[in-house]
Design a protein. Structure first.
Length: 94
């Protein structure tokens, strides 16, 4: 994703995807150092994608996370989520 390679990425505080391509970019976490809110509604990342997300470098700094309709079958382990103030898990199989 070109956005993550741009200088704008480091200053982003809020990012929302509504596409199944979003999980592929999550491994580039160092580019999202300032991220505070992440929305992945409908991205269908599944349990494995949620686990990868929870291990991303920016994850402990998130304040809001939208995992609605992400094809989750269980509550993902969210280590380092003490700062999380909003978590949307609607329309999953939990």
């Amino acid at each position: 994703m070109a956005l993550l390679g741009s200088p704008l990425a480091a200053g982003l505080e809020s990012l929302r995807f509504a596409s199944s391509a979003a999980p592929a970019m999550l491994h580039q976490a160092e580019a999202l150092a300032g991220l505070r809110r992440l929305g992945l509604p409908g991205c269908r990342i599944g349990d494995e994608g949620a686990a990868r997300l929870a291990s991303a470098a920016f994850f402990p700094r998130l304040l809001a996370l939208d995992l609605g309709n992400c094809n989750l079958s269980s509550l993902p382990p969210l280590p380092g989520s003490a700062g999380l103030r909003s978590l949307d898990l609607a329309y999953n199989h939990i």
